[in-house]
Design a protein around this ligand. Structure first.
Ligand code: DP6
Length: 547
């Protein structure tokens, strides 16, 4: 700390001029903060020193001071050693401290970055929310039954009296396209059908199917939340209003099963928009409450609607019997006998049948169950003759049941009946069952045949039912499978002699008796389209309107 000589000289220097307490203070300042506690002790001895300085016993006093300082030095040395020991610990731990310190700095820096990223993310998702549309666009196919559905055991839930079976037709030629958007900005549910706004509330079926799908979404949202999904990731679509826009690529209510493709498209679009986890058969029950036959349009290929027996309808849904690739040779021709709206809706017609027809009771009890089995077998075996015979017999029985209804219902017209005759004559000429007809609740004929027989059938029909001048050639028979070399050949060519003879015997019907012939094939189920295919504009209104 200090050398003895220094201490003494300082002591002497101060003692010459100042009283002893000033010496003590001088010492204190000389040694600075280091000897804080020593200063106290100096003060204690200062009285003695005061006397000693003026006596010859200065040596004694300094000795005593020296003893004090030694003691202090020893204690400081001890303290120093202890501090060193502690310092050594810290020094050894230095690298660890370094590590912790840099990790700490890294964490701080990273936290800061994360904070910035979170801010960016919040802004981004808010922006996304504003610009992303909660929307789905789908197309759904038409189906034509080969075992007819006719009769309900529950009209509210649309539960049928019998099972039925149909063929789904290609969406390339017949389909309904539907866009549905959900938005918190929409004031109420709205629907446009072929550009004309319809009143949703006025249609129990629309309300039923939308409400059912919305309930499924609400249950799904609830499940996601209870499974621990963060609330901001579960969009409350079930609480938002919907804008629905739907367009057919064929005349509505012309007996071309537009309600089937329409409700199948509605429910498929709701399923896609709501991201519903339900299976297609489950969703077919939702389509069913819109229109019975719609449940079958939820699948492609060959589809059965199992009637079910329960009162709540849980066992009344569609299942696929075979997909469209199972029997690719099977094709269909639709002879549109009338574009006009049908007189008695199938809904009203089948109600009267259930109430009045005795033949209907027999059909439901014994005919249909047997036919369902035989038809499924014929499809599995690709046995066209059996398929065709059951198809024609079932169509005939359905229309017979309509005639047995009181008052009778007649959906077929003279043209329809002529086509029945022509098909039987065609099969007779061929010496095998090469074509089948079937009719729904309207006069249009649907002809099923294998691809190889289609050319003769098209030649026969276009010859016997010539185009009306006012109908453009491409609209009358859009030659989708390139049967003719040019549109000018349509109605002019009869390649096979026995078909030519048949055509001559039948003769030509007045032009326009058949206004359009659609040539199509077995098709797939509903398709989800890209956002660019939307029918709604940015404001959520139809892109195409019809005043
Ligand atoms: C003759 O399905 O149109 O086309 O359930 O009342 O809407 P609703 O009836 P809908 O009936 C179709 C009847 C049919 C036969 C069939 O498609 O199976």
């Amino acid at each position: 700390l200090i050398s003895e000589a220094e201490l003494l000289s300082a002591l002497c220097q101060h003692s010459k001029n100042h009283p002893i307490h000033d010496v003590a203070r001088g010492l204190e300042s000389y040694f600075g903060g280091l000897i804080d506690s020593l200063a106290l002790k100096l003060r204690l001895v200062s009285a003695e020193m005061y006397q000693a300085l003026y006596t010859p016993a200065v040596v004694q006093a300094t000795a005593r001071l020296r003893a004090l300082l030694d003691a202090r030095q020893a204690s400081l040395a001890k303290e120093h050693a202890k501090l060193n020991e502690r310092l050594a610990i810290y020094r050894d731990a230095g690298s660890e401290f370094q590590e912790i310190a840099s990790a700490y700095a890294r964490v701080l820096k990273e936290t800061d970055h994360i904070r910035q990223d979170i801010a960016r993310l919040v802004i981004y998702s808010a922006w996304k929310r504003m610009s992303v549309k909660f929307e789905a666009t789908v197309t759904a196919p038409v189906n034509i039954a080969v075992i007819k559905y006719w009769g309900k055991r529950d009209s509210a839930l649309i539960l049928p009296t019998n099972s039925s079976l149909s063929v789904t037709l290609s969406q390339d030629h017949l389909s309904t396209r539907t866009t549905i958007r959900a938005s918190p900005d929409f004031a109420k549910d709205r629907l446009w059908l072929n550009g004309v706004e319809e009143d949703i509330a006025a249609s129990k079926r629309l309300v039923n199917s939308i409400t059912t799908a919305r309930k499924l979404r609400a249950d799904f949202e609830q499940k996601l939340l209870s499974d621990g999904a963060p609330a901001e990731t579960v969009v409350p679509l079930s609480q938002w209003s919907l804008h629905v826009c739907s367009e057919n690529n064929f005349p509505t209510a012309a007996g071309l099963a537009s309600s089937a493709s329409g409700y199948a498209a509605l429910v498929s679009a709701l399923g896609a928009l709501f991201d519903l986890p339900q299976s297609t058969s489950d969703l077919s029950r939702v389509a069913r409450v819109g229109s019975g036959s719609a449940c079958r349009s939820m699948f492609g290929g060959f589809v059965a609607w199992q009637a079910g027996i329960s009162n709540d309808g849980h066992d009344s849904f569609a299942v696929q019997v075979a997909d469209r690739l199972h029997w690719p040779e099977l094709q269909a021709l639709i002879l549109v006998a009338s574009d006009k709206k049908k007189a008695i809706s199938s809904t009203a017609g089948m109600q009267t049948t259930v109430e009045t027809s005795e033949l209907f009771v027999e059909r439901v009890r014994s005919v249909v169950p047997k036919r369902m089995e035989a038809m499924q077998r014929a499809i599995t075996d690709r046995d066209f003759a059996t398929f065709a015979e059951i198809t024609m017999r079932d169509s005939n029985q359905f229309h017979a049941v309509c005639l047995d209804t009181y008052p009778p219902i007649s959906y077929m017209n003279d043209i329809s009946r002529s086509i029945v005759g022509l098909i039987h004559a065609f099969n007779a000429a061929r010496g095998r069952v090469a074509a089948a007809y079937t009719y729904d609740a309207g006069p249009n004929a649907v002809i099923y045949a294998l691809k190889d027989d289609m050319r003769d059938l098209v030649e026969l029909f276009t010859y016997c039912f010539p185009r009306d001048e006012s109908t453009p050639k491409e609209a009358f028979y859009p030659d989708a499978f390139a049967i003719f070399d040019s549109a000018d050949q349509v109605g002019q060519r009869l390649t096979r002699p026995e078909v030519a003879q048949l055509a001559e015997t039948a003769g030509k019907f007045p032009a326009g008796s058949v206004c359009r012939i659609i040539h199509t094939e077995v098709g797939d189920g509903p398709r989800v389209l890209a956002a660019s295919e939307s029918l709604l504009d940015d404001a959520g209104l139809p892109k195409h309107t019809q005043q």
